[in-house]
Design a protein around this ligand. Structure first.
Ligand code: COA
Length: 254
């Protein structure tokens, strides 16, 4: 059990973050499972739609910090990049249900989902700078496009969280419901999609995305190279060590 559960019914493959004692933070093993599941889902005729969800209280706390310190990603074959490139180029619809904290990649993966339904307790945060890092998943390109530059700067430079109502206004989520309703709503929408002609869904998604697919891939590759380098630098080491030691980081010597 990596912390990802997989379920397939009515043409919908549901991938659930199931590691609540660590706030659904994501380890390399979980990224590998997610990447493998997406690779299978893209070719299996029985899968027409993918649904992503966490728990009513937490979507995901982002990368597992201890795991990242111990086994940092290196190169495009790393599980985290296999997952990110997999979701960014996934041909079939992806629907997400998000409640509670969605930190780092917990938010950036949503930029590659087609429909996002949020609980009113959802909080989206991108603390890359506070961790001595830079964005991933082409968030440095897609977030300014979505929010406008200045609001994206508040989220990415200051690390200010985006609450559910602001995310709705910005178009990061489709609808806000109670935390108990988010997953059933996402599942119902996923089943509606799964009943539609799959070739039309795939072609429509391809046409909507093709305008900047190459730019997204280039941005992700450039972000990935910077992210990997910065993970080994003093600011990230201090931020991660401070998190594990439950103290405030001291960046004065970095
Ligand atoms: N990696 C590893 N462990 C994590 C984690 C992460 N990203 N996020 C939370 N945990 C662990 C905590 O260390 C804590 O462990 P403990 O029980 O041994 O003390 C446990 O999960 C519960 O987390 P806690 O912080 O007590 O829960 P909370 O409800 O008060 O806060 C969050 C939830 C998500 C807001 C908070 O945990 C958080 O900010 N996590 C870090 C997010 C982050 O920086 N992610 C990296 C992005 S690149």
């Amino acid at each position: 059990m990596s912390g990802i559960t997989r379920d397939l019914s009515d043409g919908v493959m549901t991938l659930t973050f199931n590691r609540r004692d660590r706030k659904n933070s994501i380890t390399a093993a979980m990224y590998a499972d997610l990447a493998d599941a997406l690779a299978e889902a893209s070719t299996l005729d029985a899968v027409r739609v993918v649904a992503l969800q966490g728990h009513e209280t937490v979507f995901s706390a982002g990368n597992d910090i201890a795991d990242f310190l111990n086994t940092p990603p290196s190169g495009a074959d790393s599980p985290v990049y296999r997952f990110l490139f997999g979701i960014a180029s996934f041909p079939k619809p992806v629907v997400a249900a998000v409640c509670g904290p969605a930190v780092g990649i917990g938010t950036t993966m949503l930029l590659h989902c087609d429909l996002v339904y949020a609980g009113d307790n959802a909080v989206f945060s991108l603390p890359f700078v506070d961790l001595g890092l830079c964005p991933e998943a082409a968030a440095s390109l897609l977030l300014p496009q979505l929010l406008g530059y200045h609001r994206a700067a508040e989220a990415l430079l200051l690390g200010e969280p985006i609450r559910a109502d602001a995310a709705l206004a910005a178009g990061l989520v489709n609808r806000i419901v109670s935390p108990q309703e988010a997953s059933p709503l996402a599942q119902a929408q996923a089943r509606k999609l799964a009943a539609k002609p799959i070739r039309s869904l795939i072609e429509t998604k391809r046409l909507m995305k093709q305008g900047q697919a190459q730019q997204v891939a280039r941005q992700m590759a450039e972000e990935g190279a910077s992210f990997e380098r910065m993970l080994r630098e003093p600011a990230a080491r201090e931020a991660f060590t401070a998190f594990m030691e439950k103290r405030m980081p001291d960046f004065s010597r970095t």
